[in-house]
Ligand binder design. Structure first.
Ligand code: ATP
Ligand code: MG
Length: 304
């Protein structure tokens, strides 16, 4: 998206025309091309919280994996602090990975069941050679306190904790190396509503206290309302609307956003996948998606 580069500070994260295709070859038949991410552009300023909302299969996780440098996109670019992450040396990418930490839906995947919570939280410090055993212990206690847990939890194992506590531990671990950006992929989707609300409040506080930038990925539009300042709505790999969160809720411009708001935001069970697998070119049959993203009012973009 065009920006006034004379006045705007350089964004922390800059996603430009990102595209990722998956090709499934089939015997005797045309290959199936899934445009999981299609021409996605947005940016995040230092300390800003941006939401990425979309139904199952809309391409959120694929976008997140490209942004984190875990998957190479088919096209487009991702810059962190002005530098393309795909053009970086391995050493530089390693440094950037400290600054840009992922948090996933299932904290079990990042927490080793055989290790104590304290060991798991300290692991990034050990891997990156930060501090001594003593200073690391102090840092772990500080991190647990930061996410609202008594430092005594450091001696427990993941299976002794509730889902909400485990997600707090995953956050403590993600914060260990003092990142500038958290990429949160459905961090509260596995949790009960009240526990999810507590984690969202924790993220709000962390963002404020640590001036942390957040990319908050969810299928639930309601969750972005209090947590994000801007949000992008994704459908079939494309951003159909990108606006300040208040404007997105008060004056949605794209019919799809309006539809999501009308049904209450949570359509987790409804998958967009039927619409997602196409013979080559098939996705263009959906003309609501091929309209260019245009700025309908300042800072409010929609494919209308
Ligand atoms: N490794 C892969 N190989 C082939 N297709 C893939 C792969 N990963 C994702 N896809 C396809 O890309 C599309 C986007 O998937 P993705 O997981 O990014 O969506 P999502 O928005 O994160 O969905 P969910 O809400 O279910 O997590 C889907 O059609 C999916 O089937
Ligand atoms: Mg996903």
């Amino acid at each position: 998206m065009p920006r006034d580069s004379d006045v705007a500070p350089r964004p922390l994260l800059d996603v430009r025309r990102l595209g990722k295709q998956f090709v499934r070859r089939r015997f005797w038949r045309a290959p199936v091309v899934t445009r999981a991410v299609d021409d996605v552009s947005f940016d995040i300023a230092q300390g800003e919280s941006v939401g990425l909302v979309g139904e199952s299969g809309s391409g959120k996780t694929t976008a997140a994996r490209c942004i984190l440098g875990l998957t190479r996109p088919t096209s487009g670019d991702v810059s962190f602090a002005g530098e393309s992450i795909y053009a970086m040396s391995r050493a530089r990418l390693r440094a950037v990975r400290r600054a840009m930490q992922p948090v996933f839906q299932d904290p079990y995947s990042s927490l080793n069941p055989r290790r104590t919570v304290g060991q798991s939280v300290a692991e990034p410090l050990v891997v990156h050679g930060v501090g001594t055993a003593t200073t690391r212990d102090a840092r772990v206690a500080e991190l647990l306190d930061l996410v609202g847990l008594d430092p005594a939890y450091g001696r427990r194992r993941p299976n002794e904790l509730s889902g909400g506590q485990r997600q707090r531990i995953a956050l403590a671990r993600a914060l260990a190396l003092s990142p500038q950006l958290l990429v949160l992929d459905e961090p509260v989707s596995a949790l009960d509503t009240s526990v999810a609300a507590q984690i969202v409040n924790l993220l709000l506080r962390l963002r404020k206290d640590l001036n942390l930038a957040l990319l908050f990925i969810t299928h639930d539009l309601r969750l972005v309302r209090h947590l994000t300042t801007r949000a992008a709505v994704m459908r079939l790999g494309r951003i159909v609307e990108l606006a300040p969160t208040d404007a997105l809720f008060s004056a949605p411009r794209h019919p799809y956003t309006q539809e999501l708001l009308a049904v209450g935001g949570d359509r987790a069970q409804r998958s967009a996948e039927q619409g997602q697998d196409h013979e080559q070119g098939g996705q263009d049959a959906d003309d609501s998606g091929v309209l260019p993203l245009r700025e309908v009012v300042p800072a409010h973009w929609a494919r209308v």
